[in-house]
Design a binder for this molecule. Structure first.
Ligand code: SF4
Ligand code: SF4
Length: 657
């Protein structure tokens, strides 16, 4: 499996600036789908003691792993970013694929796949990039506008020993005050970014955390971790609850009898081992008192994914984790039960099966943030987020509300309209019981996988539907412009007298004017683009794979792949052989090497100029030129689109980690 690598701040900045100024998109996300606010509507919400411009955010997961993911979430309108969970074990081997978002949504995903140090760097870079977007006003919204108010919420796991270890302790201190890390990131910038170097950036990246614990983590340990985070790190803390808190019988009845997911088998043991409802309520009541004494707030998040038996062949593990529509119904009930015990104003954040259809209702229940994961893995990816906020605007318009609080109040029944917390509970009492009857959440509505056609992907040409681009949480797939063509090709036969004699080869046919490729260093082989690709094979497997550096190209030598040696030269491995193709931008002459074997100079139209035998080629040896024609498509296409973020990154990468 390839490994995830982030890229440095300067490379991100160069990519954003080049792509946005020439193509009006950022990391492939087009401006026409950016969330740019709705005049007259204020979506802001308070989360702990900060204000966020919207209650929407990416859930802690694949959409908050790398810096670009967080920027993409921001462009979609996310303003409370639940950073991917960090933990002491930062060298995990995650099984692949790890995501199955065909319909319901399952995963065997876990915490950050990056090392602790690298995760921090990604979050710091994202923090800086959002400040740069604000500072430059590049989206057309002036600096200082409440539109930019964004909160980063740490997610940390999984047990007291890990969280209080020196490594995680240090990590939490550093993200609480990232002065040194911000300075270090600025230090890497070249002189052209002096304005960014001189930016005054708030180093307090996060002052709240959501706690994730292992299944079966005892109540007293959860409580001790929360106290530790409050006392040692001065954090507000949200405890992520498991759906098992509802008890086996309720979940089984809801999932099987009411929603019809009879093929999904629950793990009874997990229900018995996990935190029980009563002890969860008592714990949170004690923690509320504890937090208040320390000037902090605690709340609960509904919910974690639901552990179920693996009934399919996508994953190897015996259990997997359910998300999506059925989890929405279960988690909304868990939230409703819990708040009924805790009181109207008990802070709740929510993430389970959120879509544009139920987002306004979730907001109406006075939960913040409302975060999303599974739905963003579907066609359109991050661009789906702006649709959530449009749906919220539409619902607010219907009831004449201009602010989120007013929206909550106006939807409540008459006696409960006096204050927001009571109104939220009144709304939830209306919304939650109706969910189980809504066919949208039933098994019958969530059976169909995305359509496949009877065709397998190859290196070049495919349906060119571009679905694989936005579904990738990391922006790892990209499109290269190409010219559709059918052209004669030539191989060369070595002649003992030192000549290379042309022999006509098979015609090279390219049917599509765009070709798909993959950035291996941004791809963790989660499998999501394979799910949404109409053809079989998986774009991240079959399409040309580009590495950012020689080091990662060499590290993953079992894969065919390519990297840029310099901005006009790619080196590649195809069928186990090594090649190099470079263009002289002034003369338009191409240098072609089959490493250690031959070196040719060729004209732009492929005409042969000269050739050198780099080894002892036997007489009449045939030089197969197919790799040359393939690499010409890649090099020419990337050079033709120099402002795409992928071109900027591949050609100008400064460093990666
Ligand atoms: S390219 Fe495909 S497999 Fe790789 S990270 Fe993106 S969605 Fe997952
Ligand atoms: S690789 Fe698949 S998803 Fe991507 S453009 Fe081609 S057919 Fe569409």
């Amino acid at each position: 499996m390839a490994e995830l690598f982030g890229v440095d701040l300067g490379t991100h900045l160069a990519s954003i600036i080049a792509e946005y100024s020439s193509k009006e998109s950022i990391y492939g996300y087009p401006k026409r789908k950016f969330y740019l606010g709705f005049p007259g509507y204020d979506f802001s919400v308070q989360f702990h003691d900060k204000i966020a411009a919207t209650p929407l955010g990416p859930a802690s997961g694949p959409h908050t792993q790398l810096a670009q993911n967080i920027v993409l979430s921001f462009l979609g309108g996310g303003r409370i970013m639940e950073l991917k969970t960090v933990q002491i074990q930062d060298r995990l081997e995650i099984p692949r694929p790890c995501i199955d978002a065909r319909n319901v949504g399952f995963n065997v995903e876990w915490s950050q796949e990056l090392r602790l140090e690298d995760s921090l760097r990604e979050y710091v870079n994202a923090w800086i990039l959002l400040k740069v977007i604000e500072e430059t006003g590049m989206l057309g919204i002036p600096k200082g506008d409440p539109f930019y108010q964004t909160i980063f919420d740490i997610s940390v796991g999984y047990d007291l020993a890990g969280i209080s270890s020196p490594e995680v302790h240090d990590w939490l201190k550093r993200i609480r005050n990232a002065k040194a890390e911000i300075a270090a990131a600025k230090e890497t910038l070249p002189a052209e970014y002096d304005a960014v170097k001189n930016l005054d950036i708030d180093p307090h990246i996060a002052d709240s955390a959501t706690l994730s614990t292992f299944h079966g983590c005892p109540r007293d340990e959860i409580e001790a971790i929360v106290e530790h985070l409050i006392v040692e790190h001065k954090l507000h803390v949200i405890v992520k609850m498991n759906p098992t808190i509802l008890g086996y019988d309720f979940v089984q009845r809801t999932l099987h009898e009411e929603l019809g997911y009879t093929h999904i088998e629950l793990d009874r043991e997990a229900f018995e081992k996990d935190l029980q409802f009563g002890e969860g309520v008592e714990m949170m009541k004690r923690l509320q008192v504890f937090a208040e004494k320390h000037g902090k707030r605690v709340g609960a998040k509904f919910t974690n994914t639901l552990v179920v038996k693996n009934h399919d062949e996508i994953f190897q593990d015996p259990v997997m984790y359910l998300s999506g529509p059925p989890l929405h119904v279960i988690s909304m009930n868990a939230m409703h039960w819990f708040r009924s015990e805790m009181g109207d104003d008990f802070p709740i954040s929510f993430s389970a099966g959120i879509t544009r259809h139920n987002f306004p209702d979730a907001v109406q229940c006075n939960m913040k943030p409302v975060t999303v994961c599974t739905d963003l893995l579907k066609t359109g990816g991050y661009t789906r987020m702006s649709g959530y906020l449009k749906a919220l605007r539409d619902e607010m318009e219907k009831c004449g509300a201009k602010t989120v609080d007013d929206f909550i109040i106006r939807n409540a029944e008459a006696p409960y309209q006096a204050e927001v917390a009571r109104a939220g509970v009144s709304n939830e009492a209306r919304i939650v019981p109706a969910l189980v009857k809504d066919p949208r959440y039933h098994c019958n509505a969530n059976r169909k996988p995305p359509k496949k056609i009877d065709s397998y992907l190859q290196l070049f040409d495919c349906l060119t539907c571009n679905k694989c681009l936005p579904v990738c949480p990391n922006g790892a797939n990209f499109s290269i412009p190409a010219e559709a063509r059918s052209e004669a090709t030539f191989n060369y036969r070595y002649d003992q007298s030192g000549y290379f004699v042309p022999e006509q080869g098979e015609d090279f046919v390219l049917e599509k004017p765009a070709q798909i490729a993959n950035l291996a260093d941004f791809c963790n082989e989660c499998g999501d683009c394979d799910t949404y690709c109409p053809e079989y094979g998986g774009p991240f497997i079959e399409k040309p794979r580009f590495f950012f550096s020689k080091a990662s190209y060499e590290q993953f030598s079992k894969y065919d792949g390519f990297y840029f040696v310099d901005p006009h030269c790619i080196r590649g491995r195809m069928g186990g052989k090594e090649f190099l193709l470079a263009i002289n931008p002034d003369t338009r002459v191409y240098l072609w090497q089959e490493i250690g074997r031959i070196e040719f100079l060729l004209k732009e139209n492929h005409n042969f100029i000269s050739g050198i035998n780099l080894c002892e080629l036997p007489d009449r040896e045939l030089i197969d030129m197919r790799p040359y024609y393939h690499m010409r498509v890649l090099l020419d296409g990337i050079l033709k689109d120099p402002d795409a973020y992928t071109s900027v990154m591949l050609r100008g990468i400064r460093s990666q980690y």
